[in-house]
Design a binder for this molecule. Structure first.
Ligand SMILES: *[C@@H]1O[C@H](CO)[C@@H](O)[C@H](O)[C@H]1NC(C)=O
Ligand SMILES: *[C@@H]1O[C@H](CO)[C@@H](O)[C@H](O)[C@H]1NC(C)=O
Ligand SMILES: *[C@@H]1O[C@H](CO)[C@@H](O)[C@H](O)[C@H]1NC(C)=O
Length: 417
């Protein structure tokens, strides 16, 4: 406030005008179709850049358009480039919404290089995640991530990315067993997570069955979860890793009311196809594509076999300090057949679904998992457990800040288009 002193009348007038302009600008943005392209051509830029003020009093340029042409650039083909000048928007100390499971630095991870790799698509630059811009885009809307713990990681990354620009007292978080809601009050935005690891129902959704053999997936039922997705403006789904517990999945048709008798055991790609089709049918019959945008995040690879990346003596992903740099690397933790199922189910849907294809770029990131810097039963791993990566390293989940921030950069880019 100090620099306003002695200049009060003018400041007030300026702020009033700017606030009004900001309101108009937001209205204009909001009324554009979600598919409209925001292209910013440097040559067409005028010299006088007008500054506007958003609901939280942040100033931004009037020519803030979005410089990305999806026809010119595939975001999932590229390479990781080390860049020590990257400044993550948050850390596991500044963002208080991170679960201990993914707070690697807090959990004792000593190396930090994994935070300084930047995804560089072959033919363009991946736009930077601009938290204020995305909050203005989402104004008055509900964004919901739906899926498993990897999706929960993407949700927490998104929350922390925007948290960095929301002042204290202007946000809230309500964690629930299935449904959690982060609210940015002044933007009237919610960023939510809904737990449904198979998307369809299963007997392990609420009370998790530790023994995969006891898990039964009800591939034709989604309503119990899906009723919570109604009325959401932007839905981001995933499901993969829970289908991968063994070679076959136990599936059930009809009601759990008849007990869990009568299940069948089928190949995973079949159960996955059935489950995904049930989800797709629900989306096609319940989502109005002019009101709601639907995204699907592809499988997040796990890294349990160091031989995949030529480290015969390694122990899972433990102590990997660099990404795989060999182009097109693909390991045993990504099932191409299930990836194909996502592609073909989504292609036949009536409601357009934007696929956020994170699989290839994540395959390279053997260094980005939580490894032994995680928790077990609510407690950070003990020294002895950390010394036993064969049993305790988690090579499924990812540190935050970290790789899921890049997933959100890609999601953000698609969202702004
Ligand atoms: C490294 O990151 C900084 C900060 O984002 C950026 O200005 C710079 O262009 C990047 N360097 C390379 C080589 O991409
Ligand atoms: C694995 O360990 C053996 C024995 O210590 C060593 O001879 C070999 O070079 C190592 N291989 C790699 C790829 O580091
Ligand atoms: C995702 O990208 C990979 C290559 O990077 C491709 O093989 C796969 O088909 C894509 N998946 C979908 C669902 O589009």
């Amino acid at each position: 406030m100090a620099n306003f002193r002695g200049n009060v009348p003018l400041s007030i007038i300026t702020i009033t005008i700017l606030a009004f302009a900001a309101l108009l600008y937001t209205e204009r943005l909001g009324s554009l179709s979600s598919r409209a392209k925001f292209r910013f051509k440097p040559c067409a830029r005028s010299n006088a850049v007008e500054r506007l003020v958003d609901v939280n009093g942040f100033s931004y340029a009037d020519d803030e358009l979005f410089d990305f042409d999806p026809d010119q650039c595939s975001l999932n083909h590229g390479k990781w480039v080390f860049n020590r000048s990257i400044e993550p928007l948050y850390s596991d100390r500044t963002c208080r919404f991170l679960d201990r499971q993914v707070s690697c630095v807090k959990n004792g991870r000593p190396d930090s290089d994994y935070r300084y790799w930047e995804w560089q698509p072959d033919n363009c630059r991946l736009p930077k995640f601009d938290p204020r811009m995305v909050l203005r885009k989402l104004k008055g809307k509900r964004l919901m991530f739906v899926g498993d713990s990897l999706q929960r990681g993407q949700w927490q990354s998104f929350v922390c990315l925007v948290d960095s620009v929301i002042p204290k007292g202007k946000k809230s978080m309500k964690r629930g067993r299935l449904h959690s809601v982060f609210r940015a009050k002044e933007y009237d935005v919610t960023v939510e997570f809904y737990w449904a690891p198979f998307l369809v129902e299963s007997n392990t959704d609420v009370r998790i069955k530790a023994d995969p053999k006891q898990r039964i997936v009800k591939v034709d039922s989604v309503e119990k979860h899906a009723k919570h997705w109604l009325g959401v403006d932007i839905l981001v789904f995933n499901t993969y890793v829970w289908w991968m517990s063994g070679l076959k999945t136990k599936i059930l048709w009809g009601s759990f009311a008849n007990g869990e008798e009568g299940y069948e055991e089928v190949e995973t790609h079949i159960s996955y196809t059935l489950g995904l089709k049930t989800w797709a049918n629900w989306v096609d019959s319940n989502v109005n594509p002019s009101k709601t945008r639907v995204f699907f995040t592809t499988m997040s690879p796990s890294h349990h076999r160091p031989a995949d990346w030529g480290n015969e003596n390694g122990t899972k992903c433990f102590d990997e300090r660099r990404p795989v740099l060999k182009k097109g690397h693909w390991g045993s933790g990504s099932d191409k057949r299930l990836m194909g199922v996502v592609g073909s189910v989504v292609a036949r849907m009536k409601v357009p679904v934007t696929v956020i294809n994170i699989t290839q770029l994540s395959e390279y990131r053997i260094d980005a998992h939580t490894s032994v810097y995680t928790e077990l039963g609510g407690k950070v791993l003990t020294g002895d457990q950390k010394d036993d990566p064969l049993h305790y390293a988690d090579c499924i989940h990812w540190c935050l800040p970290g790789l899921p921030d890049t997933w959100n950069q890609i999601f953000y880019t698609n969202l702004m288009l």
